[in-house]
Design a protein around this ligand. Structure first.
Ligand SMILES: *Cc1c(COP(=O)(O)O)cnc(C)c1O
Length: 394
């Protein structure tokens, strides 16, 4: 099987699994216990916190462990919103193509009385610092813009947006789940106040993530209970997973450049090859993108059928759309960049990692055009398009 769905999750590396094992078998104490086994666990927890902080240019006290990217997003947004409310500021700025962990939290905050404004994104899948600056109001308490888009892979100008927010005294959160471990991040350089990451998107284990919160920002608890994580996130820490996340981020950071170069070369071949399919289009800016993510629309077909046939051909990909959730709505991301419904339905996301090879790309470039052609040959919509009864969009 060719695994080309690394934006959904990555394979945990051998080194990560090996780093985790002692924390199941030997160091199994509770980090909150005062005895020696507990203190050994507490030391490992602290070391993991230091490693993750170092990879982000943060200090260890600024790192809170969570159950993943979704929880980190929830906690970041709620914390900033509640801090704002205390100063009478209840306006929140974000974008139309955020991950649902952000969008749905913002919906919940709207019900609590906050005003949420979602900035439109360009057809290239980008937002600008100027857009943010124009939209910031007197009562804006938070700006949340994702670092790298999970469906189309585009990278947002986080440093420029951070600078604008900093200048206006507005807290800035970025969902960096698709960026961490893939592109260099320095929270101070970027003027980021809150940043979410998730281990399973960079060859770490699932169910663990981290929230960076700049020193001085009071986090609100999402999970109430014990005093773990300085009272901001109750629950016994998932130490094996946290150790695995630290190892994964350290490895990813150490090999960032070479991995990016390798994966970008594979991605470029994919984009060039897939672009040859008639009536297709790359989604998102050609170059401002994470190394591994490619998303295409093919007119006249359904993304789901394409996925199933690719799966049968030994290729694991994604439609990048919300259809997996059982809804038939096309991806909010593709609609946000202006793709009409009928085109947005025919999307394919291929997301590569450094584990993929040139041969993988060869196979994908052989199979995707074949399957697209096959599906079109059976598609009534395609027949209408070819017969001129409908107008081609792409
Ligand atoms: C995967 C993902 C999340 C959710 O992370 P989990 O650890 O799976 O909860 C949030 N935001 C983005 C951009 C993602 O890609």
């Amino acid at each position: 099987m060719i695994y080309a769905d690394n934006a959904a999750t990555t394979k945990p590396s051998k080194a990560v699994i090996e780093a985790m094992l002692p924390y199941f078998e030997e160091v199994y104490g509770n980090p909150s216990s005062l005895h020696t086994p507990g203190q050994k666990a507490a030391e490992a927890l602290q070391l993991a916190r230091e490693k993750i902080a170092a990879c982000l240019g943060a200090s260890p006290k600024e790192i809170t462990f969570t159950s993943g990217g979704s929880e980190a997003d929830n906690q970041a947004l709620r914390s900033a919103a509640y801090l704002g409310k205390r100063n009478g500021k209840t306006h929140i700025l974000s974008t139309a193509f955020e991950h649902h962990a952000v969008l749905h939290t913002l919906k919940a905050l709207e019900k609590e009385g906050f005003t949420v404004e979602l900035l439109p994104v360009s057809p290239e899948g980008l937002v600008t610092a100027e857009q943010v600056e124009t939209a910031i109001r007197e009562d804006t308490c938070l700006v949340s813009v994702m670092f790298a888009q999970n469906e189309i892979g585009t990278i947002q100008p986080i440093g420029e947006i951070g600078e604008v927010c900093h200048r206006h005294g507005v807290l800035f959160h970025t969902d960096a789940v698709q960026a961490a471990g893939h592109i260099a991040i320095d929270v101070r350089d970027l003027n980021v106040d809150l940043l979410s990451l998730s281990a399973h998107k960079f060859h770490g284990p699932k169910g663990v993530g981290a929230l960076y919160a700049r020193s001085g920002i009071r986090l609100s608890s999402i999970i109430e209970g014990g005093a773990q994580e300085r009272g901001k996130r109750a629950g016994t820490e998932n130490l094996p997973a946290i150790v695995g996340m630290a190892k994964a981020l350290e490895d990813a950071t150490a090999h960032l450049e070479e991995n990016a170069q390798k994966v970008t070369a594979l991605r470029e071949r994919l984009i060039e090859g897939l672009s040859k399919i008639p009536h297709s289009a790359l989604n998102g800016d050609r170059y401002a993108r994470v190394p591994g993510t490619v998303n295409f629309c093919f007119e006249g077909i359904e993304g789901e059928s394409l996925l199933l046939l690719l799966d049968m051909a030994g290729i694991a990909a994604s439609s990048g759309s919300a259809c997996t959730s059982g809804s038939l709505d096309p991806s909010h991301v593709l609609l946000a960049i202006g793709r009409p419904h009928e085109v947005a339905h025919g999307s394919l996301r291929l997301s590569l990692s450094e584990e993929n090879t040139d041969e993988d790309v060869d196979t994908i470039l052989k199979e995707v055009p074949r399957v697209v052609e096959y599906l079109r040959s059976m598609s009534p919509v395609w027949k209408d398009l070819v017969a001129g009864k409908r107008k081609f969009i792409l």
